[in-house]
Design a protein around this ligand. Structure first.
Ligand SMILES: [Zn+2]
Length: 409
């Protein structure tokens, strides 16, 4: 694929495409069209159900003064009024002060902090995003994920970091959250393309193509999606010993919903899956290339040796990468995620600054070349050497990541 063709993909997909939206469907069709154009083969759109909500009205006031906000989707409708409490720490002593309060939190609303809020009697929550040092006052659209709430909903809003600081300076007050939303079931979809194999086994390539609410998702993750298209184009002309299946995952940004749906729908077939190769954020102008192996330690060393042999600068480690490789590894498929991680002051994600300006065509090509070299070796192996087993230490990490166990302090 030429640099021009590659960058055209970013221009064609420079729009917000959140999981379950019409724009996400449009992008799925675009990827399927590209598959046909580049490989001559038909990709399938595999739909799965996702919770959706249309917010009719959301407000947040403190002592009667309105604070710009976006209501949490899927957090129910209704209103609540209570004293505002800023919760910088989440130790049991701090949490005990949450009873009857609307609680302002730093960071994301994770599974365990939400359970803690409920257990300690909080009646509402406020998160914030953006950056106090940016000129914009953007507010991301967040949702109360169904695996976080498990049906136990309290209302919440997301606000801008600048307003959060002002509220804490002012020292609290009486807060009121009111949400009015229509919650329903919608659909998202994975795009699946098969290149034929000579045997039973196959390698599964994944990359998510959805974005968050403010973002064009160029770096995160049209880079990985375009990378998968480039790999499919290359491999379509040269059949490998192993089959090659490509899955562009939907709704990753909503909690890996696409790869979870894929893993559930294809559980039987996954027994023949030798390896998952996942691409999430490559090709950035700045940043280091990494490989995260959710599998045996030997694969870390193999990739390091291979990189050294090819003169490729990189860093490999064993662990869990927060991406679509995780639900697959959880089903016992060894996985490796490739990424180029840019320093925060040169590229940020999940905001309006994630555009094609963060991407360098030559870097994209080089990253894809290295990933292709690795995939070539695995795909043409007499027998894929990666043990089809997840080591116990990695299983522990998966338990923590997937909220089955709490991280040890
Ligand atoms: Zn991503």
């Amino acid at each position: 694929m030429t640099n021009e063709k590659l960058m055209e993909i970013f221009a064609d997909t420079a729009y917000v495409r959140t999981g379950g939206s019409e724009e996400e469907k449009r992008c799925a069709r675009y990827i399927a069209d590209k598959c046909r154009e580049l490989t001559g083969r038909e990709a399938a759109l595999e739909s799965f159900a996702v919770p959706m909500a249309d917010m009719a009205a959301a407000s947040f006031t403190v002592d009667g003064r309105p604070v710009p906000c976006k209501g949490y989707l899927c957090a129910g409708s209704g209103s609540v009024e209570a004293p505002l409490l800023y919760l910088p720490n989440t130790d049991p002593c701090s949490l005990a002060a949450c009873r009857g309060k609307i609680v302002l939190l730093d960071g994301y609303l994770g599974y365990w902090i939400y359970q803690d809020l409920l257990e300690n009697g909080a009646v509402g929550f406020v998160t914030y995003d953006g950056n106090a040092n940016y000129t914009d006052r953007d507010i991301d659209r967040r949702e109360l994920r169904s695996y976080v709430s498990q049906g136990r909903k309290i209302p919440g809003v997301n606000i801008n970091a600048k307003d959060a600081i002002q509220l804490v300076r002012a020292g609290g007050g009486t807060a009121r959250i009111a949400l009015e939303q229509d919650e329903r079931e919608g659909t998202s979809q994975n795009v699946v393309l098969d290149l034929p194999s000579q045997g039973e086994g196959y390698i599964l390539f994944t990359a998510h193509y959805d974005s968050t609410s403010l973002s064009q998702g160029a770096y995160d993750n049209m880079t990985g999606s375009a990378g998968l298209l480039a790999l499919a184009e290359r491999f379509a002309g040269a059949p490998h010993r192993y089959g090659m299946r490509f899955c562009w995952c939907g709704s990753e940004e909503r909690g890996l919903l696409g790869s979870k749906a894929y893993a559930a729908a294809h559980e039987e077939e996954l027994k023949n899956c030798a390896l998952n190769i996942n691409l999430d954020m490559i090709g950035s102008v700045m940043g280091k290339f990494i490989a995260c192996v959710t599998g045996e330690e030997k694969l870390v060393h193999y990739i390091e040796y291979m990189a050294s042999e090819l003169g490729w600068g990189m860093e490999a480690r064993q662990g869990v990468y927060s991406s679509d490789s995780t639900p697959l590894a959880d089903k016992g498929v060894p996985a490796v995620s490739f990424a180029r991680l840019a320093p925060n002051n040169t590229a940020t994600i999940h905001n309006s600054y994630d555009t094609a300006a963060l991407v360098l065509a030559e870097r994209m090509q080089a990253d894809v070349d290295f990933i292709a070299a690795f995939a070539d070796r695995m795909g043409n192996a007499a027998r894929c050497p990666v043990a089809r087993q997840i080591p116990d230490n990695v299983k522990e990490d998966l338990d923590v990541y997937l909220n089955r166990k709490r991280k040890k302090k």
